[in-house]
Design a protein. Sequence first.
Length: 491
Amino acid sequence: MSFSNLGLSEKVISAVSSAGYTIPTPIQEQAIPHVLARRDVLGIAQTGTGKTAAFVLPMLTMLEQGRARARMPRTLILEPTRELAAQVEESFMKYGAKHKLNVALIIGGVSFDNQDAKLMKGVDVLIATPGRLLDHHERGRLLLTGVELLVIDEADRMLDMGFIPDIERIGKLVPFTRQTLFFTATMPSEIRRITEQFLHNPVKVEVSKPATAATTITQQIVNSGREPHDKRDVLRRLVRAAEGLKNGIVFCNRKLEVATVYRSLKRHGFSVGALHGDMSQPDRTATLDGFRKNEITLLVASDVAARGLDIPDVSHVFNFDVPHHPDDYVHRIGRTGRAGRSGVAQTIATSGDSKAVAAIEQLIGQQIERVDAPGEAAPASEETASSEHRSSRTPRGERSRGERGGRNRNGQSRDRHRGERNAAERNGSEIHAEVQPQVQVAERPQPAPRHEQPKPARRDTPRPARRAEAEVDQDVSHLPAFLLRPVSSKA
């Protein structure tokens, strides 16, 4: 089977031949005829099977007829990450070299004004991430009522990133009569529900199950302690001992772990870059270009950031964390050992990862070799020592007032007095003998400062409410008789 037998146009076949491809992959061979027949397609295939060309090539053929209108794209491709969207754009540029199509990339980290200018000219192919697409629509800069073909790529990764509500909202903005192509590597229950909602009588194309791994990959489980600094030490020893290391990807489960491992490797002198969602688009692009050009040896990334990246020649994969899902393990190690090349995939595992490792081995149907980290355990690094020092310190708020820094009323440092007290406890009776005579010297008592003098006791006796009442109740029986005589008016 060749590309000329799939129903593609002459322009597309010529572009594919110029790119050096002659035989389609299984997903291309099965999907392209159905796409050209205007059928909805559900494609289940993992990364590296050529599924991008499976929808790019027939789209180029279909778009040779017709013309785009301002702010109303003819086709829409949704990708979970900026890097995947940029790679799809590159595919259109490569295979659509002889087509005069307007292709727009709508992703975060880029100016709204530049993207709006492209939309205003009319777009044949709109490649976007869900969040930025909805931003343009809410601003009134984009209409989706003219979309003839909708492509949802890496749907299971969309689910992991929380984009399913956005996808459902976009599905209500495009015409009900559009053609939909849906691609995913796995089929969890939520993805199955979405396919029933989006697809109408689809053709199911399934190739290269995610449980398959290239036989050219050497897989190993490397034992490590449970502490994070233990795993970072093991990672450094693996990288230093790696034979034939050209470049390698270090996978972490969390974005926070990506940043920590990147700083650790950078501190120890490794050529390393990081890829995570908080980076600006220019920084992400520069990091990927540096890695592809071998200017950066190690790339630390999460599954979300690295999903679908087209990096054809990776010699090593290091799993700093055992992936939570067994399918992710196959996706990770699939970055190496491509096109018949040999590769090495090493996974750092602790005693708490036994269940996750067992699930991976059950999925791939083979036992993974267990090995110890190469070399002797390295001495505690500065980052380990500092972390241990931080953990040994008394938490803030638990120190007594006398232990805190600062100065007393006489202007003397409390830290100095604390040091003298500690020295006295260490030297015992010798210091006590020297201090004792000074204690016996009588000192003139000093009056306490005014702000420390005791306040007078509060008067608890109630005051008389009114003077008249006090006079009425007064007892006069004890007074002399002459004082009780009435005073004459003459006096």
